[in-house]
Design a protein around this ligand. Structure first.
Ligand code: C2E
Ligand code: CA
Ligand code: CA
Ligand code: CA
Length: 279
């Protein structure tokens, strides 16, 4: 038993070493990826449910390695957050979103906002709003065109500090979306204090539409809640006609999901808008 315990300990130690080696390799690779422009954005259309018109897009980070393989953001965003690269990575995403906004404007779509996902670690920097404003000014883009998405759980993590930062961003003219809404634990009181303009219904609730009745009621409540708080409600992960119909009946104005379009590179997004009246 004793030797077995010892060999388990050695296994554990080897495991820990492998794990820390893996982490080190990953963060080193990510650092190089960032400097070699391997991190890009894909734009997913957001639509007006009633008319089907594209009303904006969400920018999603994409890492394509030199060999063409893709690393999903669910893998590299947590690494970036753990090793301190999330701030420069976030800057790169915002820079790319501003470039896309300038390209959209030049193509005659100056009223289509782009939403970017922001980690709570980016919000702790006091100068974040000024930095954002400077990047936008460099591209001649209005703050109203860059929506800041923060997940419900991170907004609530340190709701006083984050709420204050969100209020500063809001007064600088940035729209604010609460992402993955319904999966965190916000009290309604705190939610009401957040200066958000959009409530994004998490896709797990949308996925239940047409299946069971329990979660369906949750999607229903979130739509009503958004209306009561004067926030725009946007349903995420809409994949079927049936879900879109149901949401429309519930007066949910906007949606995003594979039914309307997957995240795509800027040229494909621009082609999608072609032939449609400039918004
Ligand atoms: P999220 O912000 O909730 O983004 C929505 C995710 O759902 C995206 O996954 C998108 O590709 C996917 N999706 C869109 N429509 C559908 C649909 O109809 N069905 C299904 N099943 N999925 C759909 P993605 O691109 O893999 O991103 C995963 C997460 O990584 C994001 O979730 C976000 O939390 C994070 N992320 C992505 N880009 C960034 C970034 O630039 N910064 C930060 N901090 N986080 C990011
Ligand atoms: Ca998001
Ligand atoms: Ca989401
Ligand atoms: Ca999410």
């Amino acid at each position: 038993a004793r030797t077995q315990g010892m060999s388990q300990w050695v296994d554990y130690e080897n495991g820990m070493e492998r794990e820390s080696n893996r982490r080190f390799t990953q963060s080193r690779d990510l650092y190089h990826a960032l400097h070699n422009n391997e991190i890009r954005i894909a734009l997913q259309p957001q639509v007006d449910l009633a008319s089907g018109a594209v009303i904006g897009a969400e920018a999603l980070a994409r890492w394509t390695r030199a060999d063409g393989s893709q690393v999903p953001p669910s893998e590299f965003i947590p690494i970036a957050e753990a090793c301190g690269l999330i701030v420069p990575l976030g800057r790169q995403i915002i820079e790319l979103a501003c470039q896309a906004l300038a390209a959209l404007r030049d193509a005659g779509h100056s009223r289509l906002p782009i939403a970017v996902n922001v980690s709570p670690l980016q919000l702790v920097h006091r100068s974040f709003p000024q930095e954002l404003a400077a990047t936008l000014a460099r591209h001649g883009v209005d703050p109203a065109m860059l929506e800041i998405e923060i997940t419900e759980s991170s907004a609530m993590e340190d709701h006083l500090a984050n709420g204050e930062m969100l209020a500063r961003l809001r007064s600088a003219g940035f729209p604010i979306a609460i992402d993955d809404f319904g999966t965190g634990y916000s009290s309604l009181g705190h939610l009401r204090q957040l200066p958000a303009t959009t409530l994004k219904v998490d896709r797990c609730f949308v996925a239940e539409i047409g299946k069971t009745h329990n979660r369906l009621a949750i999607a229903d409540m979130i739509v009503l809640l958004g209306q009561r708080l004067n926030m725009r409600v946007l349903a995420e992960g809409v994949e079927t006609r049936e879900q879109a119909e149901w949401l429309m009946q519930r007066q949910c104005p906007a949606a995003q999901g594979y039914l309307f379009g997957a995240p795509e590179a800027l040229p494909a997004f621009l082609r999608r808008l072609e032939g449609r009246p400039a918004h």
